[in-house]
Design a protein around this ligand. Structure first.
Ligand code: DQA
Length: 147
């Protein structure tokens, strides 16, 4: 099975962007973490990032029926985008929402997510390890599905 790992705006700047919040690892490091975790579970990982909302929406549409699940860090779109929420619903795919930082310790506008209630689960505040945990979560769900 394949998992999509989708990253929203400004995450291409990881490593140099507010390292006190997001750490020093780059997005390429996060991709390696995901690929390695995928190998452990025999899951193929399709890892992507975009700064264009419509592109992310297109990826969700195209993934419908084709992947086992989506690990999604919607970044700032978490707090703004009804369109991404609707695309998740249209895709009928299970989504695990990931945030590197603990959004609940931050500004009030980051406490609201348009994604969380349409996600199967949410991981935040555990740094880039959250991506590995999300992949573990899908592996566990898929094991359950095959038993
Ligand atoms: C983020 C949290 C968001 O509030 C923020 O806009 C981001 C990154 C995180 O991974 O902690 O860009 O999704």
């Amino acid at each position: 099975a394949t998992l999509l790992v989708l990253n929203g705006p400004n995450l291409n700047m990881l490593g140099t962007r507010q390292p006190e919040l997001y750490g020093h690892e780059t997005l390429a490091d996060v991709e390696s973490i995901c690929l390695r975790r995928g190998e452990v579970h025999d899951l193929a990982i399709d890892f992507r990032q975009t700064n264009h909302e419509g592109e992310l929406i297109g990826w969700l549409h195209q993934a419908r029926g084709k992947v086992a699940g989506v690990v999604l860090n919607p970044a700032a779109w978490t707090h703004t985008s009804v369109a991404i929420r609707d695309a998740i619903l249209a895709s009928e795919l299970p989504v695990i929402e990931v945030h590197i930082s603990n959004v609940h310790q931050r500004e009030a506008f980051r406490h609201r997510s348009y994604i969380s209630d349409v996600a199967v689960g949410v991981i935040c505040g555990l740094g880039t390890h959250g991506y590995a945990l999300a992949i573990d979560g899908f592996a566990h769900r898929l094991e359950g599905a095959s038993r």
